[in-house]
Design a binder for this molecule. Structure first.
Ligand code: NAD
Length: 248
């Protein structure tokens, strides 16, 4: 399948996990991908693993740095010769019981997850073509379902979800689609050892586990590719929750 032949994709968070799997999937389907991440090493590993028929270019940038975002989007448009699809995957996670929540936690989570997404959308939109342009954002099932110790992360992802739905309404007159995707638990370094301090009562988590186990990043990448493809041409302003039935 070459669904993305000739399609130019700007992708953030491509140095690991879901973003890396998305880069590999899109390149395998023919896309030209401009991959952005804070980690040059992560980007190099992604680029080394990418198998055509598409191609990949990389750039180290901090999505939370406005000047860096402006420069990265300009570089992407120059390198690719335009931008058809923007996929915002870069994000961070912190778990903190409410009595230990800090302003630093709140600000960092909002700046990377919500402000970073908003900046990329603002900068990329003038490049996106009317009628075929697509923006995919990554929220989280935590945006609309309670998770213990995730108040700040959930709030930042709620911001991503609300931002995406309003943006979908704002750009619909141009025929540009905006699709927020909300994964449940995905097996990536983001949720590896160290995310949950051992003193926390993890029995709370029992009720939000999927009987399918955690997703592989490739399972989320497949849904991102669908949302970004012409197969999803009538899909916009609707959250796709991909959580293995955790909240049935
Ligand atoms: N893993 C999960 O269970 C899960 C669930 C729901 C949503 N998500 C979301 O999916 C997205 C990808 O997460 P993942 O699980 O693949 O994590 P990951 O840690 O494997 O990958 C995140 C990538 O984002 C990059 N990044 C972080 N801060 C950045 C910044 N300021 N500028 C540029 N790049 C930055 C990291 O370097 C990393 O390569 C995140 O937005 C995350 O919140 C993940």
């Amino acid at each position: 399948m070459n669904r993305f032949e000739g399609v130019k994709v700007l992708l953030t968070g491509a140095g690991s996990g879901i973003g890396r799997a998305t880069a590999l999937r899109l390149v395998s389907e023919g896309a030209a991908v401009f991959a952005v991440d804070l980690s040059g090493e992560g980007l190099a590993q992604t680029a080394a693993a990418a198998l055509g028929p598409g191609r990949i270019a990389t750039r180290v940038a901090d999505v939370a740095d406005e000047d860096a975002v402006v420069a990265a989007v300009r570089a992407a448009a120059g390198e690719l010769g335009g931008i058809d699809v923007l996929v915002n995957v870069a994000g961070i996670h912190r778990t903190t019981p409410i009595d230990r929540l800090t302003v630093d936690d709140l600000q960092r989570l909002f700046t990377v997850n919500a402000v970073g997404t908003a900046l990329f959308c603002r900068e990329a939109l003038p490049h996106l073509p009317d009628r075929t342009g697509v923006i995919v954002t990554i929220a989280s099932s935590a945006a609309s379902h309670g998770n213990p110790y995730m108040t700040a992360y959930a709030a930042s992802k709620g911001a991503v979800l609300g931002f995406s739905l309003s943006l979908a309404a704002e750009v619909a007159h141009r025929g540009i689609r905006v699709v927020p995707i909300s994964p449940g638990a995905v097996a990536t370094p983001l949720v590896g050892p160290g995310l949950l301090p051992p003193e926390l009562d993890l029995s709370y988590y029992g009720r939000i586990r999927s009987l399918f186990g955690a997703a592989d990043p490739e399972q989320i990448a497949g849904v991102i590719a669908f949302a970004a493809s012409r197969d999803a041409g009538y899909l916009t302003g609707a959250e796709l929750r991909v959580d293995g039935g955790s909240h049935i």
